[in-house]
Design a protein around this ligand. Sequence first.
Ligand code: UDP
Length: 237
Amino acid sequence: MSPKYRRVLLKLSGEALMGNQNYGIDPKVVQAFASEIAQVVQAGVQTAIVVGGGNIFRGMKGAAAGMDRATADYIGMIATVMNAMTLQDALEQMNVPTRVQTAIAMQEVAEPYIRRRAIRHLEKGRVVIFGAGSGNPFFTTDTTAALRAAEIDAEVIFKATKVDGVYDADPHKNPNARRYRSLTYTHALTHNLAVMDSTAIALCKDNDIPIIVFSLETAGNIYRALTGEPIGTMVGG
Ligand code: UDP
């Protein structure tokens, strides 16, 4: 079966990488994700990844505890690089060629972000992992995912989370909460639904990039989603 997509962007939150721990990285969880991503690449899908850093540090939390917000955000961005390198290591152990590109220069450990170079890597079948967010404080890695997806001309963003899609209420609190199969950007924005932050959704809306929200809790879902099986919730125009 030929995959539905040619080029995709996967957004992995930092929290996804910590498994059942309260903090940090669970290498076993990262290995499991890497093996699914390896299958996606083998299926011929050009795959770029934006990783978050919430398992290590969040700028907002630092600011709430009295830190300067911009400084705290830079620390958060640096945290994402640790996650990016961990994912790279897991993928390369599975013989998947990868490149980490960072939005804050760290040339001893990763390439700088260069758009045209990232596209070239993807064309050659390498997974490109974008670290250090957008390089700007006051943004999130969700917004980075929207920005990079637009820049590299990805057809779709896959937002991997802990819930199996977007609900009209919090499914953990409300047993009557209903999952959307699809919804519009405007609906997500006006109802403040937990898809991505509003900057990220607005950027996807302006550039007409659909977002597919799906759960990582079920093994095999990364492969299913990225190869085009209709799972989760699609947010689009
Ligand atoms: N961050 C930032 N600019 C960006 C991306 C991220 O300042 O373009 C910082 C911000 O402090 C954020 C942290 O990096 O809290 C980690 O990213 P995020 O919270 O988006 O990670 P996730 O929730 O996906 O784990």
